[in-house]
Write a protein that binds this ligand. Structure first.
Ligand SMILES: Cc1cc2nc3c(=O)[nH]c(=O)nc-3n(C[C@H](O)[C@H](O)[C@H](O)COP(=O)(O)O)c2cc1C
Ligand code: SF4
Length: 775
């Protein structure tokens, strides 16, 4: 104990006697450690720095002035000797080396794109087109999209290009593959190429997407449509196959839709527009925009609605996030679907009294409503408008058919924008998807956005959504190109468009840009209906034929709803001279289908619309729908809709009204009656090929024979409008309705391919329940 107490004293003594030596040793030790650390860090740097060579000396790729004009010498590995064709890939037992370009490379950050063109030819024509493409890309090359390299597929080793991406020159550039391919139904090298792609994808030792290091890819196919008229019959099948395998190998980096061209047509023109699109995408990637929102590899979220569309592409869907539930999958045309989705539109609690009298935004930016709608694929514009592309637009982009508006009125769905300037409504229809959760009101009590803002927002939102489709499997380049010019606008998405105080100004803006307008209203706003200016086609939803039924189905907010409804009928009757008026009947079994044909005929007699569209309600089975009293039992079979239409036609006849059943679109359970007096007539020209159908919808006309004319002459509508003179619906009646759309023919455009959910072709359904959602 005593010794322990003396320890501090002894330590102090030692320090005083030896402190010089202690301090010196500590200093030397510190210096040694510092020197060692310094020496280690220098070694590490040297290891990480590549040896200087002429290739790596480039300080910045963008400072190289030569590259813009001078094609960089090709660094592809020397071609294998001719004759040594790459056969099916051999399994060597060792794991393949990883891609020379990291598959994880983020193309959104790519600065320099090296287009690499591959072609295959037997007769020589594809080579000529591929070289022309190379020439045009070369002439527009710059620092970010370099001059292309071009390869004959028979000259390269597939392992060098299609097992891992080729390392392009300069080293910092990222390759973008362009494949220009014919199709041969005989054995050619293309079969070997396809086997290589397939085997690479299935090789368990290789990443399933080993080409994901590419900045993107696109395929252009050439085929002979005279011999192989449709894809089912073999038109361009090998290009289509290559496109699919490339999608899998690249992790869905289709930069631009597959282009297909008929060698009997204008290949150069087709290739020019495809090449232009591809070029624009490469520029986008080069400036860091990636492949576009929604395209895998772009880094952006894939849009939910687009996911559902890919369900039918079995193979490709394996790399994609989980598919949507049935309910989400079927939320395309919400207004027409009239089925509830639990969306909270309420921006203020209904129980709390509102203190402020200041108008508020209908759908505030950070509200749950805004978030939910955005997630569902809506673009919310300003504070009360919305736009969304419907499933038919996507279907038309993929050559799988347009909605009934194409069969009846000549509107190709990929040229049509669906929007609403008012998400609010004055009804709470039992079959409305917004049931119980939407902003409702009898007067406009929200902020009002200026029509210019609404119009610009609609267009921007629509084009952005179309742009997202460019990497989606099956989208056709020519339709994608066409879709970039809106031709029609359906103001029917959801809500009540004429509720918007500036609806006429908005319509004026649409028409000024030669966008036709289809406006659907709910027959509850007679004053606004009376004040409505020109519209290409004016719809009124007729959900019931008598007061009680209307109360039960539409559950209107107005106490004088029936009087309002009746006034709208009178206004519509007067407007039939200035507007193309349409009744839209949505049939709900157990609500408004049975015994109501007579009542509906009375309403037709009252308003004398030009057309009556009858449509079976569609249902997708949510608990909210069930809560509203709707089940699958309320969805009528197509035969029941047909039966109703026949009963209605007879009821109209009994009243001396000259309406006939003009057309049908069985696929969407929709049938059209039309006023014979105005729309059943002798065609103006003895023989007609309908313009709206690109000359392919031939209508055989016998001298003096009357034909249905339900199509619209859109240019004539704009001419009438711009003339400043009064005009009526008869002034812009289009050419005869195509034969395939007439009553009894099913109404599916024969040039498109009907597919089931797995993407397999199938026969048109002319009976049975409608199994798909949409208009
Ligand atoms: C024997 C033969 C078979 C063909 N098979 C198809 C076919 O199945 N589908 C198709 O769309 N085109 C087919 N074609 C048309 C070619 O794809 C088309 O003519 C192409 O432009 C030929 O390209 P090339 O001259 O570069 O070889 C075939 C042509 C030939 C000569
Ligand atoms: S009228 Fe209103 S409540 Fe009825 S279906 Fe249309 S948006 Fe829904």
């Amino acid at each position: 104990m005593d010794q322990l107490l003396r320890l501090p004293e002894e330590l102090l003594y030692l320090w005083h006697t030896h402190r010089a030596e202690v301090l010196l040793s500590a200093g030397i030790l510190f210096a040694i450690v510092r020197l060692a650390l310094h020496w280690r860090s220098r070694r590490t740097k040297e290891i990480l720095t590549p040896p200087l060579s002429p290739v790596h000396v480039k300080v910045s790729p963008l400072l190289s002035p030569k590259d813009a004009s001078t094609p960089v010498p090709d660094t592809k590995p020397s071609p294998p000797p001719k004759g040594s064709k790459p056969g099916p890939k051999r399994v060597t037992g060792s794991k393949k080396t990883k891609s020379r370009i990291s598959p994880k490379a983020d193309p959104a950050k790519a600065q320099t794109i090296r287009p690499i063109i591959f072609y295959f030819t037997v007769g020589g024509s594809t080579k000529v087109y591929a070289e022309k493409l190379a020439e045009s890309l070369r002439s527009s090359a710059n620092r970010s999209v370099l001059s292309p390299h071009i390869h004959d597929l028979t000259d390269i080793d597939y392992e060098d290009f299609f097992t891992t991406p080729i390392r392009p020159t300069p080293i910092y550039s990222v390759p973008f593959y362009l494949l220009v391919l014919p199709t041969y139904n005989i054995d050619t090298e293309l079969d070997t190429f396809l086997s290589h792609l397939q085997e690479t994808h299935h090789d368990f030792r290789i990443d399933t997407s080993p080409l994901s290091g590419l900045a993107g890819y696109s395929v252009f196919g050439l085929g002979d449509q005279q011999e192989w008229p449709t894809e089912q019959e073999g038109f361009c099948t090998q290009a289509i196959e290559v496109d699919k395998w490339m999608a899998r190998l690249t992790g869905r980096k289709r930069g631009f839709p597959l282009g297909l061209s008929n060698t009997r047509g204008n290949v150069e023109e087709d290739m020019w527009s495809w090449g232009k699109g591809v070029r624009a995408v490469m520029e986008d990637v080069a400036i860091g925009r990636g492949l576009g929102e929604g395209v895998r590899g772009s880094g952006d979220a894939v849009e939910s609605a687009d996911e559902a569309e890919d369900e039918d592409d079995e193979e490709e869907s394996d790399t994609r996030p989980r598919k949507l539930t049935t309910r989400q999958n079927q939320t395309s045309d919400l207004e027409d679907m009239k089925v509830p989705i639990p969306v909270d539109f309420t921006t203020a609690s209904p129980n709390k009294p509102t203190i402020s009298t200041q108008p508020k935004p209908m759908v505030p930016l950070n509200s749950p409503t805004h978030t939910t709608l955005t997630k569902q694929g809506y673009t919310i514009i300003g504070t009360h408008s919305g736009v969304k592309i419907c499933r038919w637009t996507k279907s038309a982009l993929r050559g799988r058919g347009s909605c009934y508006k194409f069969s009846f009125y000549g509107i190709a769905s990929h040229l049509c924008m669906e929007a609403t300037p008012s998400l609010s409504c004055s009804n709470k229809c039992v079959f409305c998807w917004r049931h119980g959760t939407n902003p409702v009101g009898t007067t406009w009590r929200w902020e009002v956005d200026e029509p210019g803002l609404v119009f610009r927002g609609m267009k921007e939102g629509h084009y952005r959504k179309i742009g997202m489709m460019r990497g989606v499997p099956g989208v056709r380049a020519e339709r994608f190109g066409e879709a970039m010019r809106i031709r029609h606008c359906a103001l029917s998405l959801v809500g009540e468009p004429i509720f918007y105080p500036h609806i006429n100004a908005l319509l004026g803006m649409l028409h000024k840009e030669h966008i036709s307008s289809f406006l659907v209203c709910n027959a509850q706003h007679p004053d606004q209906l009376a004040a409505l200016g020109p519209v290409t086609q004016l719809y009124v939803s007729i959900d019931a034929s008598n007061k009680e039924s209307l109360r039960r189905i539409d559950r209107p907010l107005y106490r004088d709803f029936w009087e309002r409804f009746q006034r709208c009928m009178d206004i519509l009757r007067a407007k039939r001279f200035t507007h193309r008026t349409v009744f839209r009947l949505t049939l709900v079994k157990g609500f408004n289908l049975e015994e109501e044909a007579e009542g509906y005929a009375d309403l037709v007699e009252k308003a004398l619309p030009g057309f009556v569209e009858v449509k079976g309600v569609t249902y997708c089975g949510t608990s909210t729908a069930a809560g509203a009293g709707l089940t699958m039992q309320n969805v009528p079979f197509y035969q029941e809709v047909c039966g109703f239409v026949l009963a209605l036609a007879r009821a109209l006849e009994r009243r001396g009204l000259d309406y006939g059943i003009a057309a049908e679109h069985a696929h969407s359970c929709c049938i059209l009656l039309a006023d014979r007096g105005r729309f059943f007539k002798v065609p103006a020209k003895p023989s007609v090929s309908t313009q709206a159908l690109d000359g392919k919808g031939e209508v055989k006309v016998v001298e003096g024979e009357k034909k249905w004319h339900t199509l619209i002459d859109y240019p004539a509508f704009f001419r009438c409008l711009e003339s400043g003179r009064p005009f009526g619906p008869e002034d812009y009646v289009g050419e005869p309705t195509p034969e395939w759309a007439l009553w009894g023919r099913g109404g599916f455009d024969p040039r498109d391919v009907r597919v089931d959910r797995k993407g397999r072709p199938r026969e048109a359904v002319v009976s049975g329940k409608v199994e798909e959602m949409g208009e």
